[in-house]
Design a protein around this ligand. Structure first.
Ligand SMILES: NC(=O)c1ccc[n+]([C@@H]2O[C@H](COP(=O)([O-])OP(=O)(O)OC[C@H]3O[C@@H](n4cnc5c(N)ncnc54)[C@H](O)[C@@H]3O)[C@@H](O)[C@H]2O)c1
Ligand SMILES: O=c1ccn([C@@H]2O[C@H](COP(=O)(O)OP(=O)(O)O[C@H]3O[C@H](CO)[C@H](O)[C@H](O)[C@H]3O)[C@@H](O)[C@H]2O)c(=O)[nH]1
Length: 333
């Protein structure tokens, strides 16, 4: 297997690359423009085993085409994207260009060069504000109705993949709808280094280590038991394993979309309490207004990926997720 990973210098892509390098003999090429990813991550991955890295911007369609002309890829795993929700509201065209247009051209390259397998990083943001009662989990069949351009830009690619697979015999895709990804490599090799991070667990880890004076809870008046939003936090290595499962699943099965989460939700207050326990630091937390566009509860029904791919998560443990996030945060400047 020859595999192309886009966005492999970033947080999730680098964890998937790590598993491919460690656990398979697949030939790997990573492309990344290092806009939010890090060359240091690529260098660390190279200590596992050799692979090709190309500093390439997906918007350079000519370069992308040349890459496909000179390599015979069997599968593409597509992570490269812009992913800050509020930024997508202020600058939607950046999201439609980078996520939808560049993603579409990447799919065209696959069709033009007989690359048959495509694994796509989608998001729970495609569901928008799910219509559920308190204890319901979201199934893949739940209507999609993104409430921001980021979610919309990703849903477009899901639709383009579906139409393309219908029109081109042999081309198949798996779209993985990630819920809230967190944690880091258990041996401290790689983790989330994103600058100006907004993700709850990373912000809590930074506050626990004194990198921030305090942190904020965005709203405690949601219709949940403690008033704060509930999310399904999935460990980044378990998510990476879902990609390895998808690579094995795709040649013998139909295309499809799959939720990636544990099916268990934690409130913002529960996450912060866990980080306080794990770090031993009772850091300052202030309640402030709701953040725009936050649904109250997002919890995955993961029956489909468990039953059809045999995905069996190993790190379904919020304490461990907080611990590895904290250890990584301690390691980076
Ligand atoms: N982090 C999450 O919680 C989360 C949740 C759901 C979905 N996702 C999706 O997972 C994927 C990876 O997210 P991440 O958290 O690892 O983000 P990240 O920012 O760490 O990684 C994205 C990588 O893509 C690269 N990139 C961006 N635009 C590019 C372009 N035009 N050309 C080449 N490289 C480009 C960046 O430099 C970066 O290395 C994204 O598609 C994102 O939408 C992430
Ligand atoms: O400092 C903070 C950061 C976050 N939160 C709250 O914590 C919850 C989780 O927020 P994150 O920013 O960590 O994650 P989101 O749920 O907003 O979004 C993430 O998960 C989504 C799917 O569930 C999408 O995939 C999206 O791309 C990804 O960023 C939200 O209620 C948010 O309001 C705080 O209270 N304080």
């Amino acid at each position: 297997m020859k595999i192309l990973i886009t966005g492999g210098a970033g947080y999730i892509g680098s964890h998937v690359a790590k598993h491919i390098l460690k656990e398979t003999d697949f030939n790997l090429t990573i492309i990344d423009n290092l806009s939010t990813g890090f060359i240091e991550t690529i260098e660390t991955l190279k200590t596992i085993r050799a692979f090709e890295f190309v500093n390439l911007d997906l918007s350079d369609w000519n370069d992308l085409k040349k890459l496909f002309e000179t390599h015979e890829f069997n599968a593409v795993i597509h992570f490269a994207a812009s992913l800050i929700v509020p930024e997508s509201v202020e600058n939607p065209l950046k999201y439609y260009l980078n996520n939808t247009s560049n993603g579409t051209y990447l799919i065209k390259c696959c069709i033009d060069h007989n690359v048959n397998y495509f694994i796509f990083s989608s998001t729970a943001a495609v569901y928008g504000e799910p219509k559920l009662t308190t204890n319901d989990k979201i199934k893949e069949t739940h209507p999609t109705n993104p409430i921001n351009p980021y979610g919309q830009s990703k849903l477009f690619i899901e639709k383009i993949l579906k139409d393309t697979a219908k029109a081109h015999n042999g081309f198949k895709y798996v779209a993985l709808r990630y819920f809230n990804v967190a944690g880091a490599d258990k041996g401290g090799l790689i983790g989330q280094s994103t600058k100006n991070a907004t993700h709850l667990i990373k912000v809590a880890a930074q506050t626990a280590l004194g990198k921030r004076d305090k942190m904020y809870i965005f709203g405690d008046d949601y219709p949940t038991p403690d008033g704060t939003c509930i999310r399904d936090y999935i460990d980044v290595d378990d998510l990476a394993l879902a990609h390895i499962k998808a690579l094995k699943y795709i040649p013998k099965n139909e295309s499809g979309v799959f939720n990636c989460g544990y099916g268990k939700g934690f409130s913002v207050k529960e996450v912060i309490q866990t980080m306080k326990e794990v770090s031993g630091n009772d850091f300052e937390v202030e309640i402030t207004d709701r953040r725009k566009g936050d649904p109250a509860i997002l919890v995955a029904d993961n029956t489909k990926i468990v039953n059809s791919m045999g995905w069996s998560p190993k790190y379904n443990n919020l304490k461990l997720i907080c611990k590895t996030a904290l250890e990584w945060e301690r390691k980076i400047k």
